[in-house]
Design a protein around this ligand. Structure first.
Ligand code: 5GP
Length: 190
């Protein structure tokens, strides 16, 4: 997606450990116009997919997911990263955080992810795929059908994308980072 690639080249910052900071337009300050264009592009790519719900994970997936849900007139559910006091009616899984280097619980209510659901999962980044694997687990537990996963930015030099595609998941990434070596941002098709 050209506008996104241009923006990463203009405002993205590379940090040690293979981390790309996009705090100026996605992860801290947000650009609603770009976010709308991102949602439109996801909708175009998943145009032939029958879905009734968008799912995401807090916090940074919520903005693109809500834009998509708004434009498609579909509900948006975000998986929560904190165990509530009661696990009644909750599906739970554990996810390793790439940026924080620790495990956390991710929960979603059985009321909002059911065997009737056909969902697309949306998130800001795909790195090692740990968040995505957690969502797959929650979909499996609930009986929901995962129709595909959309990421704003995929880091191809970490192996989440390869894992997901090898396991038959439809993955759509709007910008693919090939390398951050020597703090140079190399983007596919840039
Ligand atoms: P994964 O679960 O695929 O290993 O990592 C994805 C999650 O970690 C994303 O939801 C995102 O919050 C965070 N993340 C992974 N890599 C980066 C990165 O390079 N920059 C930022 N800002 N977040 C990242």
């Amino acid at each position: 997606m050209k506008a996104l690639i241009d923006r990463i080249q203009k405002d993205g910052k590379c940090y040690p450990g293979g981390i790309l900071k996009v705090d100026k337009f996605i992860n801290h300050q947000m650009d609603p116009n770009l976010m709308k264009d991102i949602a439109v592009e996801f909708i175009r790519r998943f145009a032939n997919t029958k879905v009734n719900k968008i799912i995401t994970i807090e916090a940074s997936g919520i903005a693109p997911a809500i834009m998509m849900g708004f434009l498609m007139n579909l509900p948006v559910v975000f998986a929560k990263k904190k165990k509530p006091n009661t696990l009644d009616n909750m599906l739970a899984t554990k996810v390793t955080s790439f940026t924080k280097q620790r495990d956390y619980d991710v929960v979603i209510s059985r009321d909002y992810l059911t065997p009737d659901d056909h969902v697309i999962f949306i998130d800001d980044f795909l790195a090692y795929g740990n968040a995505a694997k957690g969502i797959i687990d929650l979909c499996n537990q609930s009986g929901a059908t995962l129709e595909g996963m959309g990421f704003i930015i995929e880091k191809a030099f970490q192996d989440g994308g390869q894992y997901l595609r090898e396991h038959g998941v439809r993955v759509e990434s709007l910008a693919i980072i090939e390398s951050l070596d020597n703090c140079e941002i190399k983007i596919k098709n840039a």
